[in-house]
Design a protein around this ligand. Structure first.
Ligand SMILES: Nc1nc2c(c(=O)[nH]1)N[C@H]1C(S)=C(S)[C@@H](COP(=O)(O)O)O[C@H]1N2
Ligand SMILES: [Mo]
Length: 203
C-alpha cells in the first residue's frame, strides 16, 4: 500500500510542467545563444535607443538616461521557437510603456519594428509590446546582460517566441502597417505565440 502510494507520487512528479508550452522542453540552468549574425561589440557608454515613426516626439535615450526612468522587472519564463524554454528567469530594465508614454504614440500607430545595431529586425502588433508585456532589459539575474545575449540592452517580449526579442536593440519604429522582419520574411509566423505553436507562417 505504501509502496503504491510512493510510486503514484513519483509518477506525478514526472508529469509535464504546466509552464511548458506545447512542443517545448525545459533547458534547465543553461541559456542557449541563438544569433543569425556575428555578435557585435556594443559599448554600453555609446549605446542608445531611439523610438521614432508615428510618435509626437521621436526620442533617443542612452543607457544612463534609461536608468533614471522608473525601473521594471520581468520574472518568468522565456520560449525559443527551436523548442527550448527557460523557466524562472529574472530580468531588469524598463517597460516599453514608459518609453511610449514619453514619446506620445499617435492614434494611427498599429505595428512596431524593432531594429538592432546589426540590422536584425522583427515586427509586432503594438498590443504585444504595451500593457506591461515588453521590456528593454540590461540585467539578467542581477548581472549585466552579456554580449552574446544582446548586451548592453535587448528587447524582451517573453509571452512570444524569443525571435521577437531583438538583441542589441537600437530602434523601435511605430508604423500604421505591418512590416515583416528578418525571420518573418524567412517563413516564420507574424506573431509567434508559443501557447498556440505559431512557429511558421500559416501555423
Ligand atoms: N539582433 C538579433 N537579435 C536576435 C537574434 C539575432 O539573430 N539577432 N536572434 C533571435 C532569436 S531567433 C532568438 S531565439 C533569441 C535568442 O536569444 P539568446 O541568444 O539570448 O538566447 O534572440 C533573438 N534576437
Ligand atoms: Mo530563435
Amino acid at each position: 500500500m505504501s509502496v503504491a502510494t510512493t510510486r503514484g507520487f513519483l509518477g506525478r512528479r514526472k508529469e509535464r510542467d504546466p509552464r511548458l508550452p506545447p512542443g517545448q522542453y525545459d533547458v534547465g540552468a543553461g541559456w542557449p545563444v541563438l544569433t543569425a549574425e556575428a555578435t557585435p561589440r556594443v559599448d554600453a557608454e555609446k549605446w542608445s535607443v531611439t523610438v521614432d515613426g508615428l510618435v509626437d516626439t521621436p526620442t533617443t535615450w542612452t543607457l544612463r538616461e534609461l536608468r533614471l526612468l522608473p525601473p521594471s522587472v520581468y520574472a518568468g519564463d522565456i520560449h525559443c521557437v527551436t523548442t527550448w524554454s527557460k523557466l524562472d528567469t529574472n530580468f531588469t530594465g524598463i517597460s516599453v510603456d514608459t518609453l511610449f508614454d514619453a514619446v506620445g504614440v499617435r492614434p494611427e500607430a498599429r505595428y512596431i519594428v524593432e531594429t538592432s545595431t546589426t540590422g536584425y529586425t522583427t515586427n509586432l502588433p503594438i498590443e504585444d509590446v504595451t500593457g506591461g508585456k515588453a521590456w528593454l532589459v540590461w540585467e539578467h539575474e542581477g548581472k549585466p546582460l552579456t554580449r552574446e545575449h544582446g548586451g548592453p540592452v535587448r528587447m524582451l517580449v517573453p509571452h512570444l517566441y524569443f525571435w521577437k526579442s531583438a538583441k542589441w536593440i537600437s530602434k523601435i519604429t511605430l508604423l500604421d502597417h505591418d512590416e515583416p522582419g528578418f525571420w518573418e520574411v524567412n517563413g516564420y509566423h507574424e506573431r509567434g505565440d508559443p501557447w498556440r505553436e505559431q512557429r511558421f507562417d500559416g501555423d
